[in-house]
Design a binder for this molecule. Sequence first.
Ligand SMILES: [Zn+2]
Length: 257
Amino acid sequence: MKTTGFDGTIKMKTIRRIAAALAVLTVFAALSVSGCMAKKADAKSRIIVLDPGHDALHTGCRYHGATEEELALKIAKYCKNALEREGFTAYLTREKADCIDALPDTTVEGLRRCLEARVDYAVSKNAAVMVSLHLNADEQHGSSGAMVMVPNASYDRMVYLKGRNLARSILSELEALGIQNQGLVERESTEGYQNPDGSTADYYKIIRDGKAAGLPVVIVEHAFLDSRSDYEAFLNTEEKLRALGEADARGIMAYFK
Ligand SMILES: [Zn+2]
C-alpha cells in the first residue's frame, strides 16, 4: 500500500519521499464509510485475524515480476502457521486470490465492500487484533524499509495504545531481520470522517472501521517492493517471505505477553 503520514518518528525527508508514493492506492486506503457496528473483540482472546492486502481484483503494487497481493498472501500464511504452532488462533481474511466480498467488483463501491468485509470478518471471529499485511512502493523509487500504520489517538484510547504496542512489537522483529525501521504512521481522515464523539477519524478505512468496532487494526508495510535492495534482501525467495511471516508472528506473540 502506498501511504504517508507520521507520528514524529519518521524523518521529514523520508516523509516527503513517501508522500510522493500515495497516488494509486489512496482510494484503497481511504475509502470512507462509517464503521461496522459489532460487539467488541476480546483483548485477551489470543485470536488474530491476518489480512493479506489487496486481491485479484483490487491489486496492489507490482515490481520485479512480483505482485503485492501474492506476496502478502504468502507472508500471511507463514505467519498463520507460526502462530498456530505456538497455540494461537489465527484466521486469514482471504486464503486465495479472490476478494472476501461475496459480490466482488472493481468499482469504488466494490472496493468499499471488500474492505468493510475484512473488518467484519475479524469482528465475527472475535479477534483481539487484526494485522493487515502489505508491501510498499514509492513513485520515485527511492525508499526502503518497514513501517506500520496505526490507529490515531482519537475516540478510543485503548485501541490507540494497543495498536501502537502491537505495531512496535512487529517492527522490532522486522528490524531484527535487517529491515530499516521507518516507524509508526498515524493519519487522520482528510475527507471529513468523524468518530461518534466528533473527533477526526482515522484515514485508513480498515483502521477506522476497526476502531468503531473496538478492534485494533494495524497495516504492516514490510518493505518496498519497488526497491531493488529491499526486494533482493527480503522478498525474492520463499525463505525470505517465510522469514517475514515468522517475524510478524513473533511480534504478534510478544504483544500478547
Ligand atoms: Zn498495499
